[in-house]
Design a protein around this ligand. Structure first.
Ligand code: SR1
Ligand code: MG
Length: 421
């Protein structure tokens, strides 16, 4: 599996040989190449014209292993093809929120894509306390459009089945099955615990039966509910934003899975940012409450926006075709009631997946910067305990929690309780 990453001159020469890319970078200047990949899987380069740095692209290449671990964790390079296909599919459905792919090479397992040079990775923006006025609006649109149009609610049954068969992502799904749904709940060697995290909190993940059962149900749903083409890794590191625009990147984990896995991932990461906020603001001499309120508003708005847009896409489709998914004409009471039940179940799934995604970031191997950057071990452990508490409640009570407003109130309550211990 020998692999050597491109040198700058090799990559520049390669890109010069691709007319569509070369034209974009300008033919008349040297190219500057910087490797910027800080993700877990791939090599990522910014390439720009030395004369006109505005002329710039991103190159992403998949090595035959997991970059975070190295050659000891081999991974098929074909994952890049899956990512390209998902970017193209999502881009066709939602061009305003997905970067363009300019070139894909299925022998070198790389792609060249749009450089988002005035946007930042959302996770870092949230750490820095930036308010994104359109975030919930944009993400709810992306989620509604992608999740609806990949499903049987929209696709013809044969097209959907063909799509499911063509998008099996065995190895990357396996990573999620292990790291999100299995290892956090056992004494796995890859788990990483922060120094002051109470042993009782870890023990509870392994022994508290209602939590174990709920997490098991979510694992089953992840592995068996091929509802739609999901992004599969929609945390705040997979989103780039500025105050006007929002882009979703990095869908290499895309597969036909449960809709709630994407909605849950995004909400989980907002909640991790919410609990980590205390430390980041206090360390900077600011009062955390204002930004924390904004984060909870995003949780509420993204779910409510998504639910409303998803239902509207569905109603409009049934109106246009004159047929309801459940059979019969569009607009019947039964069709409406089925839709309401569907969205209610999707909400419960969202909460369950959000719980699993929060837990894996506390005890699993792949962590999140808003928590690992907390320098004080005791404060970090307190933040982590709050995350675990809310995660457990989301999992165990996912079918009883009746609205996203209730979830936001519960999140605030957990913050308060732990603060007064
Ligand atoms: C071992 S790879 C760790 C994580 O990075 C990706 O972003 C996925 O979330 C994966 O689980
Ligand atoms: Mg990624």
């Amino acid at each position: 599996m020998h692999f050597e990453a491109f040198s700058s001159s090799e990559l520049a020469a390669y890109l010069r040989g691709i007319p569509a890319v070369s034209a974009r970078l300008g033919d008349d200047s040297e190219l500057q190449v910087v490797e910027v990949g800080d993700g877990n899987l791939n090599y990522v380069y910014f390439v720009s014209s030395a004369r006109d740095p505005q002329r710039s692209v991103v190159v992403k290449q998949a090595p035959p292993f997991l970059r975070l671990v190295g050659e000891a964790w081999p991974l098929p390079r074909e994952r890049m093809e899956r990512e390209v296909a998902a970017l193209r599919r999502f881009g066709a459905l939602c061009p305003q929120h997905v970067p363009s792919v300019y070139h894909a090479d299925s022998e070198k397992f790389l792609m060249v894509m749009q450089r988002l040079d005035s946007h930042r990775v959302l996770r870092q923006g949230l750490i820095d306390g930036i308010v994104y006025p359109h975030l919930a609006e944009h993400l709810s649109t992306f989620l509604a459009r992608t999740l609806f149009h990949g499903s049987d609610l929209y696709l013809a049954p044969d097209a959907k089945k063909a799509a499911v068969g063509g998008d099996i992502n065995t190895e990357l799904c396996r990573i999620t099955e292990d790291l999100v749904f299995t290892f956090p709940f056992e004494d796995a060697p890859s788990n990483v615990y922060s120094p002051a995290l109470p042993a009782a909190a870890v023990e509870r993940l392994r022994t508290h039966e209602p939590l174990r059962r709920a997490a098991g149900e979510m694992k089953w749903a992840f592995m068996n509910h091929a509802e739609t083409l999901v992004h599969g890794d929609l945390h705040t590191g997979s989103i780039m934003a500025n105050e006007r625009e929002t882009y979703v990147i990095d869908p290499e984990f895309a597969f036909y899975g449960p809709m709630g896995f994407d909605t849950g991932a995004f909400i989980a990461n907002l909640l991790l940012a919410y609990y980590a906020r205390d430390w980041h603001d206090r360390a900077a001499g600011r009062e955390p409450a204002v930004y924390q309120r904004w984060l909870l508003e995003q949780v509420v708005q993204v779910w409510n926006g998504f639910a409303q847009k998803f239902a509207e896409l569905w109603r409009a489709h049934e109106r246009e075709t004159g047929r309801a998914y459940i059979g019969g004409g569009a607009g019947t009471r039964a069709a409406g009631a089925f839709r309401e039940d569907f969205v209610r179940r999707l909400f419960a799934d969202t909460l369950g997946f959000a719980g699993c995604k929060m837990i894996r970031r506390i005890v699993g191997m792949a962590k999140v910067a808003e928590i690992t950057s907390i320098k004080d071990d005791a404060v970090r452990a307190q933040v982590e305990v709050r995350c675990l508490r809310l995660a457990e409640a989301l999992l165990v009570q996912r079918r009883e929690l009746d609205s996203i407003e209730t979830v936001a109130a519960l999140a605030a309550q957990v913050l308060e309780q732990a603060g007064h211990e």
